[in-house]
Write a protein that binds this ligand. Structure first.
Ligand code: ATP
Ligand code: LTN
Length: 337
């Protein structure tokens, strides 16, 4: 049976409060398809080190992310959930991939260009970030990588790296992965600025993001404050002027799973954007209540959380280390006797 199942790999950085964009763009879809696939979900702590981190905070955020992913519905019985740095094949194999990846490919990455432009001193790891990510994916022979729109270019680079290795060493050694991007929720925009994506790095800015741990009052307040426009038409639209309303409708659609027509029907009697904002806030609050309860229960027992992560790491290691060992052999390294 399992030979025919597609292999799925995805990752999330433990860089702070997980928000509605991460959930609707990525995690919700990971949870939804667990049964049909062979799944690996990774808390990519090594990726987080590509920008300076406070060590104690990173440790807390990593456990917190583990608890949150389980609270969102990832089931260790159905998915391998693990912490990237627990599986040595990722860092080791990244080096091997570095040595076949042209530097020009990395300089072209838009996320690198954006993040580097904001920093005075850019770390080597930030440029190398997509190579580490490529390894994450291809060491598991993943077919599918469910991510938000912003990660599409990185998955395409992973394809290029896999193809290059295959043509240098052995055709079909690596499976060529493809990005899987949801139709709605792929790009949730900031509530304070609907032209910029909702982002963890800005999640603590007032009114920017809905964090999954926000209490109902805060969620209602953030939605009520959301930037919209000056007319009163509730409609899906690509017009940049209407980006705020489009974002609210997109969130409502992704949360409820309703069709566009049904979404619009729900707001047919709305008296303006005020009703729209309250309606969206209500479905989000309802969706988050059970997730928050499970999260707090899991965080109350960190020993159990650590045990579950150790099981995930052992499963991941059993798949990725043999793959990286074969790469090392192909590239001419002497294997220890
Ligand atoms: P940072 O701001 O630190 O870069 P982030 O919010 O982009 O963080 P990541 O850990 O980089 O979060 O991303 C985790 C997953 O969430 C990825 O699949 C990414 O594509 C998705 N994602 C991130 N932001 C959004 C968004 N605004 N809308 C939809 N999906 C998103
Ligand atoms: N770069 C991704 C996180 C990430 C990832 C991965 C996603 C690291 N490795 C492998 C999918 C597959 C991000 O910032 N969202």
């Amino acid at each position: 049976m399992s030979e025919t199942k597609k292999v799925v790999f995805s990752g999330i950085q433990p860089t702070g409060n997980i928000h509605l964009g991460n959930y609707l763009g990525a995690v919700k879809n990971w949870v939804a398809h667990q049964e049909e696939k062979v799944n690996y979900f990774c808390i990519v702590d090594l990726h987080s080190l590509t920008v300076p981190q406070d060590p104690e905070n990173l440790r807390f955020q990593t456990r917190s992310m583990a608890a949150m992913l389980l609270a969102c519905g990832l089931d260790p019985e159905k998915s391998t959930v693990f912490i990237q740095s627990h599986v040595k094949a990722h860092a080791e194999g990244c080096w091997m991939l570095n040595c076949i990846t042209p530097l020009g490919w990395l300089h072209r990455m838009t996320q690198y260009k954006d993040k580097a432009a904001k920093q005075e001193s850019v770390l080597t790891g930030l440029l190398d970030y997509p190579v580490l990510m490529a390894g994450d994916i291809i060491f598991y022979d993943a077919d599918e990588v469910p991510v938000g729109e912003d990660q599409k270019q990185h998955v395409e680079l992973a394809r290029d790296i896999a193809q290059r290795f295959n043509s240098l060493y052995e055709e079909e050694f690596f499976v060529i992965p493809k990005p899987v991007i949801p139709e709605f929720g792929a790009r949730v925009m900031g509530l304070d600025d609907p032209t910029a994506k909702m982002s963890k790095s800005s999640a603590d800015k007032r009114g920017h993001a809905i964090r999954l741990l926000d209490d109902p009052k805060e969620i209602m307040r953030s939605f009520k404050r959301a930037v919209t426009d000056s007319d009163n038409e509730i409609a899906f639209s690509n017009d940049p002027e209407k980006a705020g309303v489009n974002n609210l409708l997109g969130i409502y659609k992704a949360v409820t799973g309703k069709s566009q027509e049904d979404v619009l029907a729900d707001f047919a009697n709305a008296r303006g954007y005020g009703d729209l904002k309250v309606g969206v806030a209500e479905v989000v609050i309802e969706m988050l209540a059970p997730i928050q309860e499970r999260y707090h229960n899991l965080m109350a027992d960190t020993a159990e959380l650590d045990r579950l992560m150790a099981i995930g790491a052992a499963q991941a290691q059993a798949v990725s280390q043999p793959k990286v060992d074969r790469m090392k052999e192909m590239m001419g390294l002497v294997m220890p006797g």
